[in-house]
Design a protein around this ligand. Structure first.
Ligand code: PBG
Length: 333
């Protein structure tokens, strides 16, 4: 054939493919998500997330050390309180002796500024009903999550996390006005330098399933009145714009793989770094298929994360961060 253009020329060997690769993963782009649980004396593997653990404070510190040693620069911490410490407001969330704040403090004490410590700023792990904020009865007699009271409680939680040593707070509750409220509360308490990672476009997703195990969630019902409908894209533009106006330092889309069009959309409009969250169900699906020998585990993990970067994410929250950082240091991609 008389072809001038033969795109296959640039795919002829590994070195050629390497020099033209547009998208690369770096350990610095990965955020290791970790769980710390109260009232246990040894780390407990999460059944639906093989290889991931509910940590004790001690094993949390060791997990952060492994991440740092591998070249990961940020960890995102979630707390799992004892059942008896849950209440209708989630008050263990802002208690300085609450499990998440103790975890943050232990990591900060051990690592200082060597690693960026991000804290999950949401009440669902801490409320006895499992919702992301306190409930109220609205004008029609329905039980609903009280937006404005939730935001006030997030403010207290964020301030307590900053006090414990978090560099970044990350409100994931999808309440309106949560970024503005938290920014003002942090500033009033002298935490101007604590950043906010906004969960801007967070969808009511079935892919969060295994996370509910991971945090021992007591959720009755669903989160569809505050998290976004998977059918909608435009709404993510509005949510992101509002969070930017309210002072978000970074924005996020969650989950990842079913929402890469949204990542691209947000990346194109955002004036701040964009993150994406590869959630528990995405992890569980890969692990389950790989355990059966149906997919090549390492290959599809790297492929999934590369796709997220290609879609426009600067940062990726993933349960694989430490492991992938090791692969990257071996020159894999
Ligand atoms: C809620 C929260 C959830 C996740 C992170 N924060 C669950 C939910 O919204 O129901 C999910 C994370 C994952 O699935 O990996 N604050």
């Amino acid at each position: 054939m008389d072809l001038v253009r033969r795109p296959r020329r640039l795919r002829t060997n590994p070195a050629m493919r390497d020099i033209i690769a547009e998208t690369r993963l770096h350990a610095e782009d990965l955020i290791q998500v970790l769980f710390v649980r109260d009232g246990i004396d040894h780390p407990t593997e999460i059944v639906s997330m093989p290889g991931q653990y509910q940590h004790t404070i001690e094993s949390l510190v060791e997990a952060v050390r492994s991440a740092v040693d591998a070249g990961v620069k940020c960890v995102d911490l979630f707390g799992v309180p004892r059942d008896e410490d849950k209440d209708s407001e989630g008050s263990a969330a802002w208690d300085p002796e609450g499990i998440l704040n103790r975890g943050i403090a232990a990591v900060r004490r051990e690592f200082g500024d060597q690693v960026v410590i991000m804290a999950d700023t949401c009440l669902d792990e801490f409320t006895d009903h499992g919702h992301c904020g306190p409930l109220t009865i609205d004008g029609t007699g329905e039980t609903v999550v009280d937006n404005d009271r939730s935001v006030h409680l997030y403010e207290r939680m964020a301030v307590s996390q900053a006090r414990a040593g978090a560099h970044v707070v990350s409100p994931s509750g999808m309440m309106d006005g949560q970024i503005a409220g938290i920014r003002q509360a942090l500033d009033e308490q002298g935490f101007q330098d604590v950043s906010i990672m906004a969960y801007s476009a967070k969808y009511a997703s079935g892919f969060f399933g295994p996370f509910r195990d991971a945090v021992g969630s007591s959720l009755q019902g669903d989160r569809k009145t505050y998290q976004q409908d998977p059918a909608n894209r435009r709404e993510s533009v509005l949510e992101t714009q509002l969070d930017l106006e309210e002072g978000a330092d970074m924005v996020m889309v969650k989950p990842a793989m079913a929402y890469l069009d949204v990542v691209r959309e947000v990346a194109d409009l955002s004036t701040v770094p964009v993150a994406v969250y590869q959630v528990s169900g995405e992890y569980a699906m890969i692990e389950a298929a790989a355990a059966n020998g149906w997919v090549e585990r390492e290959r599809i993990v790297l492929e999934a994360l590369t796709g997220m970067r290609r879609a426009g994410a600067d940062l990726i929250f993933t349960y694989y961060a430490t492991e992938v950082a090791h692969w990257l240091s071996q020159g894999k991609r």
